[in-house]
Design a protein around this ligand. Structure first.
Ligand SMILES: Nc1ncnc2c1ncn2[C@@H]1O[C@H](COP(=O)(O)OP(=O)(O)OP(=O)(O)O)[C@@H](O)[C@H]1O
Ligand SMILES: [Mg+2]
Length: 264
């Protein structure tokens, strides 16, 4: 799914301006990492692209459509083609992993099929295949509240892979994982998105992973795009400026040696 922002801004209900005059074009199948300090607007941008919040300003186009001109029903249909990967997946604690993964297609199923699925999971093989990509096939019947934070994040990713979303929006999808698992999981996500032909945008605090695994990097700060460049073109100076004066400036230091991780 391709998308386009022209002069898009977003202001929260309390008057806080989270996104300012963004211009952005993303082609079908692109993989983009969004980096920037805490409070830069990464989550706000992903929520806006996922049609969770409505731009206060400018024009937002998804494919050939302007989502906010749709009827509520057409907007729901559009959202069912978008997969949201949350930092803390909002999964009901007592739900089984298999049910959580299969819920990825609830927006595409009839009410009857969805109800049947609640009573008895309808596509064990589909769930197992998605979980296997994240090395979690053995957790199929585990309850979500019996998983670690990193395992729960991987269930959230498996759910979006099962959904076969045309647009995948991942908000700090590997923040609860150790560095090795984070890298392995992001590689799996990028590979799956490429196989499905899905467009992928992911916000990341680990700058080295972003630079190593994503071809295009957007640096966001104070709600503005500070740079939008191929990964190879991002310089240490630009990264220092992006994180300048932030108390949590440590990601920039790992970014100084981004080539430690081999490309996909
Ligand atoms: N519901 C809200 N109401 C008012 N302001 C908000 C709300 N949510 C976020 N903000 C503000 O909008 C700005 C952008 O927040 P956002 O969550 O998009 O940043 P972020 O880049 O994702 O940060 P982090 O890296 O900490 O997750 C911040 O200044 C934040 O305080
Ligand atoms: Mg955030």
């Amino acid at each position: 799914m391709q998308l386009q922002l022209s002069g898009v801004g977003f202001t929260h209900a309390d008057g806080h301006v989270a996104l300012r005059e963004l211009h952005l074009q993303v082609a079908q199948g692109e993989q983009i990492a969004i980096i920037g300090p805490s409070g830069a607007g990464k989550t706000s941008l992903l929520r806006l692209l996922g049609c969770q919040i409505k731009p206060s300003l400018g024009q937002f186009q998804l494919g050939t459509q302007q989502p906010w001109q749709h009827s509520p029903r057409a907007l729901r249909a559009l959202r069912s083609r978008i997969g949201l990967i949350h930092q803390q997946p909002p999964l009901p604690p007592k739900q089984r992993v298999i049910t959580a993964v299969l819920a990825g297609r609830l927006g595409q199923w009839s009410l009857l099929h969805s109800l049947r699925n609640l009573l008895s999971p309808q596509d064990r093989q589909g769930a197992e295949t998605a979980l296997a990509r994240l090395d979690l096939a053995d957790k199929l019947f585990q309850r979500c509240d019996q998983l670690s934070g990193g395992q729960l994040q991987r269930v959230g990713i498996a759910r979006v892979l099962y959904q076969q979303a045309e647009l995948m929006l991942a908000d700090e999808p590997v923040s609860a994982m150790d560095p090795h698992l984070a890298q392995h999981t992001l590689r799996s996500l990028c590979a799956a998105a490429a196989e499905q032909g899905s467009t992928l945008l992911a916000s990341l605090h680990t700058v080295d992973l972003a630079l190593a695994l994503f071809p295009r990097i957007i640096g966001l700060r104070d709600g503005r795009i500070q740079f939008d460049l191929p990964a190879q073109a991002v310089s240490p100076e630009q990264l220092s400026a992006l994180y300048a004066n932030e108390r949590l400036a440590s990601p920039a230091s790992t970014a100084l040696n981004p080539l430690r991780i081999a490309r996909c």
